[in-house]
Design a protein. Sequence first.
Length: 255
Amino acid sequence: MTDHPSRTVLDRLRAVDWSDETSAFGREHSRALLVREFLRRSALWARACGAEEAWPFFDVAEHVDAEVQTPADVAAEVEELVQGLAPELLRTTCRAAVRWACLGDARTEPTAGLPDPYEPLLLMFERGGGFHLEEYLDLNGVMIPLGTVETNASAPPFLTLAPATLDALDAEGDVTYYAKIDERHPRQSPRGILRRRVEEDGTHDEAFTRNLRWEPTEYLKRYALGHDDIDHVPVAEHEAAAFIESVTAKPTGSG
């Protein structure tokens, strides 16, 4: 069973530093986006499987095909791994993510086409460990309200999961994103993306440049002074992420 897909997930879970608070705080923006995407995908699966009451941390494979089981040797190793994890919902989700990898072609037609429910959560684990759940979902750096199946299922999708994109979304302070637009470049395909970070030491304006990193910009200050030949609009994080990923995915030397 060394090449079984479930073992790949198990190996990813084994590599997680579950007490890495430094990464958790430094990557709080991307971790929050990833867990929101997990909640969205989990809500879609819950509705498709009639498992709304089990949402959000439930075993999707159990509802898709209860006959699909994790190989015994992998299951035993999963149990050994999760014994030291808390809360119980974290252990449940780790088991479920491994079992999901066993599902393969067993997905039934009513749920065909829905996204992998656990990949965003696995990425979140890899970027700073687990979570705690009380009144809010505590990611050791940011608190996320759970909402409901309905609110999460209708949330905008966050589909840009590449590590470079996630890294680019992590920053200190309160962040607002803006898209530079004109007649040829609407909001959906902007000329560029800016962000304003507000920290205790002041306000920092940055643009994501062709160097594939955030660099200081005077654009927003100049715009406020009347240099408004290029307009801009506030955009959500998932919109900024889509632009960043489109830029970083271009082959070297492309225009």
